[in-house]
Design a protein around this ligand. Sequence first.
Ligand SMILES: [Zn+2]
Length: 340
Amino acid sequence: MKRPVRQAHTVPGDTIAAVFAGAPGPRPAGALSPLCRALYTAQTRSWPALARTAAELAGVRLRDLSSDGWSLKVQYNPARLKSGAARVDPASIAARPCFLCPAALPPEQRGILYREDCLILCNPAPIFPGHFTIANLAHEPQAIEARLEAFLDLARDLGDGMTLFYNGPACGASAPDHLHFQAAPAGAIPIEKDLAGRFDARPALGSDGVDRWGLVSWGRTLILVRGRERTPLADATRRLIARGGNGPGSPDEPMLNLLAGYRRGEWRLCLFPRRRHRPAAYDRPDSERLLVSPGAVDMGGLVVAPREREFTRLNAPLLRDIYREVSAAAPPWADLFTRD
Ligand SMILES: [Zn+2]
């Protein structure tokens, strides 16, 4: 895929709280994490809107729905209503100002200028204490294929204390018109802990330096990939993503969510291939409506319920049905499912 021409961009000087400079590679893994933590602490003091949502998050209600050895939680988080109910059709997107363009950020918002490529921002409606949105400096569409190497670099720079994730433009991104990733504290997304032992138990890397396999967990199709070398890992992941596509020549990115952590000197990726953005119950009449809009975090076992109704109604079987409904079926990846 040819990368779109990047538009000129400017970041107002007083928006930049810190700069992470340099070419990818030479800095130690994890060098970016302290800057992120400092930004979150500073912004919860200087930005009243974030101070409020962060305080609410400290008292957030959780229900544990763990089943069959998989960690599943529901979080009641009313601050997420705007995001979970966001209209992401092209007409609605065109009609609203972009909330990730650096020149249009709220006056209190500050960010870390990362490698002159993107701005790391505190998400104003956090799901975790320390929830970041990494916004591309230029306003260009959400798409992962041309940015996989940058995504891996960022995961390495965040290191073992944080997890990076990506929501495809048609499955969870509330700004499909502006390229962005998100980051969370390591382990905050429940499936990370469920998968850690499985990653640790894998055999040594194969001849191409990449290990990939698949499994189904509580209705979710998962493709897991690990590797120590960036280029073969990115190439292998690109090929895996293409498998979930709509056929040769389709302009649309295959629907997916992606989690990435850099642990024990290797990248560990969890790909959720998708076939639907929201379950059919999302569009039912109000009395039957289920306002659940799964992105990477929800697929990873932390389901965000912006209304009390979903918070109390969701249970493990219903959640499994939702996961099955929005996940891609396994056959295109059948050969990956033979070893686990
Ligand atoms: Zn924008």
